[in-house]
Design a protein around this ligand. Structure first.
Ligand SMILES: Cc1cc2nc3c(=O)[nH]c(=O)nc-3n(C[C@H](O)[C@H](O)[C@H](O)COP(=O)(O)O)c2cc1C
Length: 139
């Protein structure tokens, strides 16, 4: 059993819903989840081997700049030997922000598991979130 950390930033709630859907999928496996909203808490990541990071596309295919990017900068050097999965919601782009996000994680010494992008809001019991969460938990 593992405690998986999910950390997200969400402006209008869509990435929050993805995070919650993923959390629900993981707790069905034999693992536990610590779910953190960056607007409320900046977590310490040491002690977690598997981490999921969520952020929507904002301002021309960027990650959110005031809270999420500084957090990412802070943890960048602590990612060695951790397995990282990424997720987020977008509106009208082609996922460019997520490719940038993946590149940032790949440049750290973390193992990038993969990413999940969802246009707008996820469905209730969204099968994409469910699959992604369970695959990561079982990886
Ligand atoms: C200021 C702002 C900038 C945005 N920029 C982009 C963008 O560059 N590309 C894109 O695909 N969506 C963009 N969006 C759409 C959001 O990514 C989309 O609404 C998403 O569902 C928001 O997720 P959230 O509810 O977790 O904040 C932008 C939205 C806002 C408010």
């Amino acid at each position: 059993m593992e405690n998986i950390l999910i950390v997200y930033w969400s402006g209008t709630g869509n990435t929050k819903k993805i995070a919650e859907e993923i959390r629900n999928a993981i707790v069905e496996t034999n693992n536990t989840v610590t779910l953190i909203n960056l607007k409320e808490t900046i977590p310490h990541i040491e002690g977690f081997k598997k981490i999921m990071l969520g952020c929507p596309a904002t301002s021309k295919e960027q990650l959110e700049g005031s809270t999420f990017m500084p957090f990412l900068e802070d943890i960048k050097t602590q990612l060695a030997d951790k397995k990282i999965a990424l997720f987020g919601s977008y509106g009208w782009g082609d996922g460019e922000w997520m490719r940038k996000f993946e590149a940032m994680i790949s440049q750290s010494s973390a193992e990038l598991f993969g990413s999940l992008i969802i246009k707008g809001e996820p469905e209730e019991n969204d099968s994409r979130c469910h699959q992604f969460g369970q695959d990561f938990a079982n990886s």
